[in-house]
Ligand binder design. Structure first.
Ligand SMILES: [Zn+2]
Length: 189
């Protein structure tokens, strides 16, 4: 009798374009094995398809076997449509190793309900692969960014919120300056 393929464990997703390596920025990373032209689907971001309700539950649950830091399940969840999310925290999802950058060379895109990491510019062999994780405004302070690029805004955050973040940080800075000026005056008394 033929074994049902349904019961087989999903195989690790491979891509001819990338290799997994220790990252200079954060933990494990993904690197270009060859030159990659802009527009290439570098790798598919796979995972378990879950309902919104299950997704909300997982988002609030700390990840298992995650010794590096105490991250919540939210960090690997992708919204694919109004009914379902994709939970990429599975061993066969190679793309989960891709790091975030504020100045990335790839982006995530949903094509017919599947998530792909796509090159947004030509990538040279040996470069680390990045995309913007596009985290929302809630809890952004829990996710500081260390990408070290010139464009870094200091947090892992979707670009649409950058103006809001910059206004907020500016206000904070100004409040601090006022405070320290006041301090000076008081000292002169
Ligand atoms: Zn950054």
């Amino acid at each position: 009798m033929k074994k049902s393929s349904k019961n087989d464990k999903p195989k690790k997703v491979k891509s001819p374009y990338i290799k997994v390596k220790k990252s200079k920025i954060h933990g494990t990373g993904i690197y270009a094995k060859t030159d990659i032209p802009a527009g290439t689907r570098v790798i598919e971001y796979v995972g378990e398809r879950v309902t919104k309700k299950e997704s909300d539950r997982r988002a609030q649950t700390p990840l298992e076997n995650n010794a590096e830091n105490e991250e919540m399940g939210a960090v690997y969840l992708f919204e694919i449509n109004k009914r379902y999310d994709l939970d990429g925290y599975v061993p066969y999802n190679t793309a989960r190793f891709i790091n975030h950058s504020c100045d990335p060379n790839c982006e995530s895109d949903i094509i017919k309900g599947r998530v792909y990491i796509i090159a947004i510019r030509d990538i040279k062999k040996g470069e680390e692969i990045f995309y913007n994780y596009n985290y929302s405004w809630e809890d952004y302070e829990d996710h500081p960014c260390y990408c070290g690029t010139k464009r870094c805004v200091g947090f892992i955050l979707a670009e649409e919120y950058w103006p809001k973040l910059k206004r907020k940080l500016k206000k904070k800075r100004e409040a601090k300056q006022k405070k320290s000026k006041k301090g000076e005056k008081n000292n002169k008394k």
